[in-house]
Design a protein around this ligand. Structure first.
Ligand SMILES: Nc1nc2c(ncn2[C@@H]2O[C@H](COP(=O)(O)OP(=O)(O)OP(=O)(O)O)[C@@H](O)[C@H]2O)c(=O)[nH]1
Ligand SMILES: [Mg+2]
Length: 321
């Protein structure tokens, strides 16, 4: 008979631990796979279907190019891929592996996809992006994640533009149980200055800065971002700085233009792609990697507090193929 009181075997606890780790991994991978299912059909499934079997002919190549462009890979990159298929005489049966390798190469060439955190240093995460991209939500989730990892986290409510923006960040601060610097209606660069001083004096190791959503064509708002950037580099010259552009995956190609404008203003080091869940335009990850050599480091795959994932190129490729 089964004995409930039997002592666990010596290594069964370790084994359960391993299973648990595996399960967690599996869950986040299946969340990723679900989130990317539309991107996968738009990008991979459609291309493989067009290629059919045997040789890939001229007409099929044209259709493949159209599908790649429609899947937000960008015109140049799509053309480059199609030309390579032609030159290398890739056959239908080889197409999947060929694309996997091309996509992996692009993602790997964009640089380290890991969000950098340096121990014994102040780490500043400067978060920018257009209205509604998902900045504040991302900051709340990042704060929650950092807090769980035992980091001392401070938020700076640098969005003094939109009504109730500080209040929204405050709610996230409470939820994540982290501190916040907010001064209603003050100048955002002044708030960032104050937050940096506090972070330095009180030994915080992660400062996350929220900024106002802005259209990339609004000159004065972009100027304000440059001002904040100068405050950071002047007052925290030794800090590790990640300059993160938050892109809404649903906007697809428009993200490329945003990356250009924000990169010129604040020297981006990372992309965070939100709302991948339900979007068919996840191919934008490849386009920004190709065009601007900007690595995607974080992805939003749902609306829950835990639905922020570190971006892993290998998992992304596995999930879409
Ligand atoms: N489905 C989904 N929704 C998300 C994700 N990230 C953010 N959102 C939603 O997008 C909306 C806008 O998010 P915010 O974080 O307020 O965006 P923001 O960039 O701070 O916007 P502004 O402050 O107006 O510039 C909210 O309703 C979020 O719940 C995601 O990964 N998936
Ligand atoms: Mg916001």
């Amino acid at each position: 008979m089964f004995n409930f009181f039997k002592k666990p075997e010596k290594n069964s606890i370790a084994k359960d631990g391993a299973n648990l780790a595996q399960d967690t991994q599996k869950t986040s991978f299946s969340t990723l796979k679900d989130a990317l299912s539309k991107t996968s059909s738009a990008l991979v499934k459609n291309v493989l279907e067009i290629a059919g079997t045997g040789e890939i002919d001229e007409f099929e190549l044209e259709d493949i190019e159209a599908v790649l462009i429609k899947a937000d890979l960008g015109v140049d990159f799509s053309l480059e891929i199609v030309n390579k298929i032609k030159e290398k005489r890739v056959k239908s049966a080889e197409l999947k592996d060929f694309l996997k390798e091309e996509f992996s190469n692009i993602l790997n060439s964009a640089g380290n996809p890991k969000l950098i955190f340096e121990e014994n240093k102040l780490n500043i995460y400067f978060v920018t992006g257009i209205n509604g991209a998902g900045k504040t939500t991302l900051i709340g989730r990042l704060a929650h994640k950092f807090k769980n990892e035992g980091k001392k986290v401070l938020l700076a409510a640098g969005d003094t533009f939109r009504a109730a923006a500080e209040e929204q960040l405050d709610i996230w601060a409470k939820r994540a149980e982290v501190e916040i610097v907010r001064r209603d209606k003050a100048d955002s660069a002044a708030i960032v200055y104050e937050a940096i001083q506090k972070a330095k004096e009180e030994g915080y190791n992660a400062l996350i800065i929220d900024t106002a959503g802005r259209l990339q064509n609004k000159f004065n708002l972009i100027e304000e971002l440059k001002k904040i950037k100068n405050v950071i580099s002047k007052n925290a010259p030794d800090a590790n700085i990640e300059s993160i552009l938050v892109l809404d995956a649903n906007l697809g190609q428009n993200g490329l233009m945003q990356a250009k404008v924000f990169n010129e203003a604040v020297d981006l080091t990372a992309i965070a792609l939100t709302k991948l869940d339900g979007s068919a335009k996840g191919g934008i990850v490849l386009a920004v990697a190709k065009e601007y050599k900007l690595p995607t480091k974080l992805i939003g795959v749902g609306e829950k507090i835990d639905d922020l994932q570190d971006f892993c190129p290998k998992d992304f490729i596995e999930a879409i193929f």
